[in-house]
Design a protein around this ligand. Structure first.
Ligand code: NAP
Length: 282
């Protein structure tokens, strides 16, 4: 029987580091890190994420500044706001909640966020720097997956790692981060042949397909580490891609859903905010 990798516990220790950081800054008489969040219209999904970000900011002693914009906002007005926030020395991170209304070019507008304030690492500059091995913000979900693997204490170097999914936001950055740790990495996708056989060779299996309950014991090598990034809503319940009860019987470590990767992601975003603050203030 394997062990559960507890994302909530991991996030707790990150949170206490951030609270200490904030207290130290206050002690030095410096302002606290400030996150600007932007939502357009009333998209329920975006509001859920942004409310979580604002709540966590407050909880950690960080300063949230929310901009709730009307659905009818013009593209140039939104770009103007982002450019002002880029210039504002009192703003350290900018989170633009996607998707944007159809009349706004999402790629163009997102690219206007300064890479120094792009704390979720989604701009082309941050992605370019990251894949070139330079210091950059990395998409937080991918980083969360790696941090949870490291939290097991198992050495990543030399291990066979398999990543299921090749999206820009999860699969590709996870694969790159594993490669940075000297794992030997295989990326699989919807056109991969012999998926089961490839997964069976993985010492580390990261699953990010968005196909609920599709990876069971047949896909998992004895004593593997299994990281489930999947979050699908099934009958109103957040559900992972991995059949947890089967995985935990075979693997040495498994992340649950919920309470695994997702429990760490927003806290890592706040950690990145503190790093952006250090660059911005000093
Ligand atoms: P995505 O853009 O839809 O990408 C899914 C990937 O899985 C694609 O590369 C796809 O292959 C691959 N795939 C789909 N079906 C497959 C199959 N049967 N066999 C092998 N590969 C298959 O999704 P995403 O944005 O990367 O997100 C993946 C999951 O992570 C979703 O459940 C999402 O909700 C979740 N997520 C969680 C967090 C968090 O904080 N916990 C954050 C972001 C995302 P092709 O490229 O060939 O289409």
């Amino acid at each position: 029987m394997g062990e559960i990798i507890n994302g909530k516990e991991f996030a707790k220790s990150l949170k206490s580091d951030i609270r200490k950081f904030v207290e130290d800054k206050k002690g030095e008489g410096i302002r606290v890190p400030c996150l600007a969040t932007i939502t357009i219209g009333e998209d329920g999904g975006s509001m859920y994420y942004v409310n979580n970000q604002i709540k966590l900011c407050k909880d950690l002693g960080l300063e949230p500044k929310h901009f709730s914009l009307d659905e009818s906002i013009k593209e140039e007005e939104l770009i103007g706001l982002i450019e002002n926030l880029n210039e504002d020395r009192e703003i350290d991170g900018i989170m633009l909640q996607l998707p944007l209304p159809k009349h706004i070019d999402e790629k163009l507008v997102s690219s206007k966020i300064s890479y120094k304030k792009d704390i979720d690492g989604l701009t082309d500059i941050n992605l370019g720097k990251f894949y070139k091995g330079e210091k950059a913000f990395v998409p937080c979900t991918a980083r969360s997956a790696i941090e949870l693997i490291k939290s097991t204490g198992v050495k990543i170097e030399g291990k066979r790692a398999v990543v299921l999914g090749r999206s820009n936001i999860v699969g590709k950055p996870v694969a790159q981060l594993l490669m940075n740790e000297n794992a030997t990495v295989t990326i699989c996708h919807s056109r991969t042949n012999d998926l089961k056989e490839i997964c069976k060779e993985a010492d580390i299996l990261v699953v990010a397909m968005g196909k609920p309950q599709s990876i069971g014991r047949d896909y998992i090598k004895e004593k593997a580490i299994v990281i489930d990034v999947g979050t699908s809503s099934v009958n109103g319940k957040i559900t992972g891609d991995v059949i947890f009860d089967e995985a935990i019987e075979v693997a040495s470590f498994v992340t649950p859903v919920p309470g695994g990767v997702g429990a760490v992601t927003t806290t890592l975003l706040m950690k990145n905010l503190c790093e952006a603050f250090e660059e911005n203030v000093y």
